[in-house]
Design a protein around this ligand. Structure first.
Ligand SMILES: CC(C)(COP(=O)(O)OP(=O)(O)OC[C@H]1O[C@@H](n2cnc3c(N)ncnc32)[C@H](O)[C@@H]1OP(=O)(O)O)[C@@H](O)C(=O)NCCC(=O)NCCS
Length: 187
């Protein structure tokens, strides 16, 4: 698959390149990113270089679709569809994201992710999107809820990372779901 650029009112989404390595490295110094994601810590420029190379490979394979989120050509975050899997009855993938600390709370993440969700269902033809987060990651859960995801439960010690195992909140969104936000019992 060739990388697909997406546009929203305020944002451009496109596959990050070598030119974004410094911005990715800087953003991933925020301890909130390795605290809640599988991003390594400490995070070096080499990590960002490897990430950008892998993104190109993942797009080519069709295994993951990762976008940089740009405001006026500046990378402010990353949104991706991970573990894209075909299946009889429609495929699935997992939505993941992070935003640079100084760009949070502007609605950029929800705006960007809405475009990714739309593309996943309308263009990729997926039937379901998964969302998983370490228990307690309220900002991530609020974003998923805003996108229309339904809370589906807690899986004990289900998430693995450099930190070890964590309990995970899980949610899902079906292509056929109304995306109006619903109540989440944990929020
Ligand atoms: C999770 C994370 C990506 C959320 O990013 P964010 O910038 O807070 O997300 P947004 O600004 O798009 O949305 C947050 C809120 O802003 C609101 N918002 C929407 N448009 C807005 C606007 N124009 N101006 C201000 N706020 C707006 C959203 O409705 C949402 O509100 P809610 O929480 O009451 O539902 C961010 O906290 C982060 O990077 N965390 C560390 C990494 C991480 O945890 N990743 C997820 C792992 S599962």
């Amino acid at each position: 698959m060739e990388p697909v650029a997406l546009r929203t009112d305020r944002l451009v989404l496109d596959a990050p390149t070598e030119a974004d390595v410094d911005a990715i490295t800087a953003a991933c110094q925020d301890p909130e990113i390795p605290r809640w994601t599988t991003v390594p810590s400490p995070y070096t420029r080499e990590h960002a270089e490897g990430f950008v190379e892998l993104i190109a490979q993942w797009w080519a394979e069709g295994s993951q679709a990762i976008w940089g989120v740009y405001v006026d050509d500046v990378l402010v975050g990353v949104v991706g569809l991970h573990h894209i899997t075909d299946s009889v009855g429609g495929g699935h993938a997992e939505l993941g994201y992070w935003m640079a600390a100084d760009q949070r709370g502007n609605g950029y993440l929800v705006e960007a992710s809405r475009a990714v969700v739309e593309w996943a269902f309308a263009d990729l033809g997926l039937a379901r999107l998964n969302w998983r987060a370490v228990v307690g990651n309220v900002p991530s859960a609020r974003a998923a809820r805003a996108l229309g995801f339904r809370y589906e439960g807690m899986q004990r010690q289900a998430l693995t990372s450099e930190r070890g195992r964590d309990d995970g909140w899980v949610g899902g969104l079906l292509a056929t779901d109304d995306r109006t936000p619903v109540d989440w019992p944990v929020l």
